[in-house]
Write a protein that binds this ligand. Structure first.
Ligand code: ADP
Ligand code: MG
Length: 277
């Protein structure tokens, strides 16, 4: 018994990795017949559908591989809320040409001012434009570097990091690093220098980065590399979260609590993320 042409076609198209061809050929054939579209145009439409779908699938895979903690875009970012941020520059960066030029981005500012949101949005934009992106917090990265070193697979892990065209290191500065941690992180910056783009977000101004890395010499060498080709995004302002909570909650005691929280957030950025009030 011979298989029906449909079964064979399904098999062959699967082998050829053309799932959209298989999914759409019948419906599109009927449509083209009804419209009097000729064979080459029918095949062209089918090929275009496959290409579009393939692009979408690749982008989805890239987004998944980037390990974003959340998918956020500039569509939901309110630039009016943060006047210190240079919107023109951000929109220019969102076109991702800086990645082709292997330039870096540093986002500085208090907790809750939208640094992570902007980093996620830039990362998403990079994925959509075909770049391999990695997103990780500084603490996680150091943890993974130490683990890789202990398990004698540091070189492999470093090679993996080098594959990212854009590596986003979020929240540098919330946790002071051990000497080894600082050195391992320094190596990452050093290896990426002029080879790939790095984006860093931090609640600490550069003057205070020595407190993260422990050593002035290491911090100096790191800043030298990181800031050679860099775009700096300034997030100076009040926490977006606190402002939103304030708008939501009208009670007097809630207002007082928020004021206290805001004081802590602005007085001592080392206290960390204020996530839930
Ligand atoms: P940071 O990383 O600077 O601490 P986040 O990016 O985590 O701040 O922002 C805190 C929350 O507020 C997030 O849910 C984020 O989406 C939202 N947010 C912050 N700034 C803005 C903004 N300008 N427009 C829209 N949402 C914002
Ligand atoms: Mg953040």
């Amino acid at each position: 018994m011979t298989a029906s042409p449909q079964v064979l076609l399904q098999h062959h198209l699967k082998q050829l990795r053309l799932p959209t061809f298989y999914k759409e050929y019948d419906k599109l054939a009927k449509q083209c017949a009804a419209e009097g579209v000729d064979h080459p145009r029918y095949l062209l439409r089918l090929a275009e559908l496959e290409l579009l779908d393939r692009e979408r699938r690749t982008t989805e895979r890239r987004i998944h591989a980037a390990r974003f903690p959340a998918v956020k875009s500039f569509d939901t970012f309110d630039f009016v809320a943060i006047p210190s941020l240079n919107k023109m520059l951000v929109m220019e960066l969102a076109r991702c040409e800086f990645i082709n030029r292997r330039e870096n981005v540093i986002a500085l500012g208090n907790s809750g001012t939208g640094k992570t949101h902007a980093a996620l949005a830039l990362g998403l934009s990079a994925c959509q434009r075909g770049h391999a992106v990695g997103f990780i917090t500084a603490a996680q990265l150091v943890h993974q570097l130490m683990e890789a070193r202990d398990e004698k697979r540091l070189i492999r892990f470093q090679a993996q990091l080098a594959n990212y065209k854009l590596l986003i290191i979020d929240e540098l500065g919330y946790v002071p690093l051990s000497l080894t941690g600082a050195e391992l992180l320094f190596d990452v910056f050093s290896q990426r220098y002029e080879r790939g783009s790095t984006m860093v977000t931090s609640n600490l101004p550069f003057e205070e980065w020595t407190s993260i890395f422990g050593s002035e010499r290491l911090t100096g060498a790191l800043l030298d590399r990181l800031t050679h080709h860099v775009h700096i995004l300034e997030f100076n302002g009040d926490s977006y979260r606190l402002k939103q909570s304030r708008a939501r909650k009208r009670g007097k005691s809630a207002e007082a609590q928020l004021q206290a929280a805001e004081q802590i957030a602005t007085a001592d950025p080392n206290t960390g993320e204020i996530t839930d009030i």
